[in-house]
Write a protein that binds this ligand. Structure first.
Ligand code: C5P
Length: 223
């Protein structure tokens, strides 16, 4: 199992999927689970900072993610919401929803179950998130924490938005990325941080192919 953590715009998701495909392993996008929870909150019209209401809603919501790296899917109550969870509205609300302790408790339990199942069925899993090496799977044999400069991350986010048909500019992407990282790094429960035993990898000057190659080398080195 590989625990891959870091802020957005580091190339984490693309590299994680390619790494998983190359290894013949499963891929678990834990961010997608927090995004589906957030979509449920927004659709229900519950205020993101109403922790009790948010926790009750997330407990009832059917949050499902697929672990095939070639076609990761996200579902809410059985419906495919893979596109709907990537909107700016969800970007703005997801840090508040994911800071609610009961939400994390529910989703971390589900993530541990999905990790066990993926290891049983595919023989391994690459897990993409913010607290995988520190909280979800502290015993992971390989933990990597990806970083990149704020400029590079904003540019990548804006290019990704454009490629997926969403309007964006480097300025608004930078504001959005920095705000989310600030909230994720300063929350009380499971803040974004590198585990003490994580390998740090700065991807600012690397292409996604280079990041994938480096991760593959690390994963093969650790068996
Ligand atoms: O990885 P992605 O950008 O899709 O994650 C969306 C949000 O979900 C993050 O900004 C963070 O608030 C939350 N998240 C989290 N813990 C994780 C993965 C994501 O709190 N393991």
């Amino acid at each position: 199992m590989v625990a891959l953590d870091g802020p957005s715009g580091t190339g984490k998701t693309t590299a994680a999927r390619r790494l998983a495909s190359g290894l013949g392993a499963g891929y678990l996008d834990t961010g997608a689970m927090y995004r589906v929870a957030t979509l449920a909150v927004l659709r229900a019209g519950v205020a993101e900072d109403d922790e009790t209401a948010v926790a009750a809603l997330v407990r009832r919501a059917g949050i499902g993610v697929g672990t095939d790296p070639a076609a990761p899917t996200a579902r809410l109550d059985g419906a495919d919401v893979s596109a709907q969870i990537r909107t700016e509205e969800v970007n703005r609300a997801v840090s508040a929803v994911s800071a609610v302790p009961q939400v994390r408790e529910l989703l971390v339990a589900e993530q541990r179950k999905l990790i066990r199942e993926a290891v049983e069925s595919a023989g391994g899993v690459v897990v993409d998130g913010r607290d995988i090496g520190t909280v979800v799977a502290p015993d992971a044999p390989l933990k990597v924490f990806l970083t990149a400069s704020a400029d590079v991350r904003a540019r990548r986010r804006s290019a990704q938005d454009a490629a997926e048909g969403r309007q964006s500019s480097p300025g608004t992407a930078r504001e959005s990325v920095e705000r989310r990282d600030r909230l994720d790094s300063t929350r009380a429960v499971s803040p974004l941080r590198a585990a003490d035993d994580a390998v740090l990898l700065d991807t600012s000057e690397l292409t996604v192919e280079e990041v994938t190659a480096k991760l593959t080398e690390l994963a093969e080195g650790r068996g």
